[in-house]
Design a protein around this ligand. Structure first.
Ligand code: STX
Length: 333
């Protein structure tokens, strides 16, 4: 690496742990139509950690294993209902009625029991932070630690910011592409306009809308702005499942009984060791929500990362998450 341009004075940048392969994987039945893909990697005797992916509908990716020291952690990844390698996939014409926050919480609990784990660290970013908090509030005795990034609580103000007006002012060029499939007369309620088309009879229109929906999120994730390289956000099957599942959860306010249910009930989990990592320039899940959570849960470590956006691989976010997982390993092993 003789041509490295890393400035000499900065702290060494910590990357992900090296790629590893699962030592176990399978599909867990749920009792209904869904089968949940799960996998285990790292050390089978290590500290269990479950990775809760975003979206909802985003699915896991193998690089999520890399946030954890594989010598110390037993790393469990799973794909939530309808996405990733779980079946059936929401790009098919399936009903989403049996896909809610509380079904996902129950799936996590069934997976924990199936794997014979008493307690696990719960690690989630974005929607993964929402679901991690919902799980912990439902089963606090099963959670040894919470590592959360890009805090999202599916509140109306958060959805309005990203899907109606707010982020649109920071990314007007990308926003044009997001609103393009929706006729002007329906742009006053973009979420509803999208839901109608994503689930309508015209498959080509559903795909077109899914790609626009998914592209909006994919292009605003990183503080670096849109990437030139093609990503999963431009894959039609990924986009359809992602857009359908996200919009279904968002229309239903994340299936919480009240807007601030997580914050109102936070007392149930304040004793659990917690790490919050938030990018100052997160456009997808702006810092307001992380700040509200930090105030409601002052015991949690709060790492506000400068010059970072939403992406778990943004500079500073990646390092903050690896550092949090390393700290949790020491604190909880
Ligand atoms: N959705 C935020 C979220 O959970 C509004 C999320 N954003 N992108 C992702 O998740 C993936 C990168 C996991 C697809």
């Amino acid at each position: 690496m003789t041509d490295s341009v890393t400035p000499k004075k900065s702290a060494p940048v910590r990357g992900l742990y090296p790629d590893i392969e699962p030592y176990d994987s399978g599909h867990m039945p749920t009792g209904g139509k869904h089968k949940i893909y799960y996998e285990q990697s790292g050390n089978p005797q290590g500290l269990p950690v479950v990775v809760v992916h975003g979206g909802p509908g985003g699915g896991t990716s193998p690089n999520l294993r890399g946030y954890f020291n594989p010598d110390g952690y037993r790393i469990i990844l799973f794909d939530q209902r309808g996405c990733g390698k779980s079946t059936p996939h929401a790009s098919e014409d399936i009903s989403l009625e049996d896909n809610t926050t509380w079904h996902l919480v129950a799936d996590m609990e069934a997976l924990r029991q199936k794997l014979g784990i008493e307690k696990w660290v719960v690690f989630g970013g974005s929607w993964g932070s929402t679901l991690s908090l919902a799980y912990a509030l439902t089963h606090p005795e099963r959670v040894s630690g919470l590592i959360l990034r890009g805090i999202f609580l599916v509140r109306k103000s958060e959805l309005d910011w990203f899907y109606q007006a707010g982020a649109s002012h920071l990314y007007p060029d990308i926003w044009e592409k997001f609103i393009a499939p929706i006729p002007e007369a329906e742009r006053g309620d973009l979420l509803s306009a999208y839901i109608k088309r994503l689930n309508g009879p015209d498959r080509a229109e559903s795909v077109r809308c899914a790609l626009a929906w998914s592209g909006w999120e994919g292009d605003t994730l990183s503080v670096e702005g849109p990437s030139e390289v093609a990503s999963k956000f431009s894959d039609p099957a990924f986009a359809l499942a992602f857009a359908r599942i996200e919009s279904w959860y968002f229309k239903n306010g994340g299936f919480f009984e009240s807007e601030n249910w997580v914050l109102e009930n936070i007392g149930r989990i304040r004793h659990i060791p917690g790490w919050i990592v938030q990018g100052r320039y997160d456009v997808v899940t702006p810092m307001t929500t992380a700040w509200d959570l930090k105030k409601a849960w002052p015991e949690a470590r709060f790492n506000l990362v400068k010059k970072a956006g939403h992406s778990s691989s943004d500079p500073g976010i990646l390092e903050g998450l690896v550092a949090a997982a390393d700290e949790a390993l020491v604190a909880l092993s």
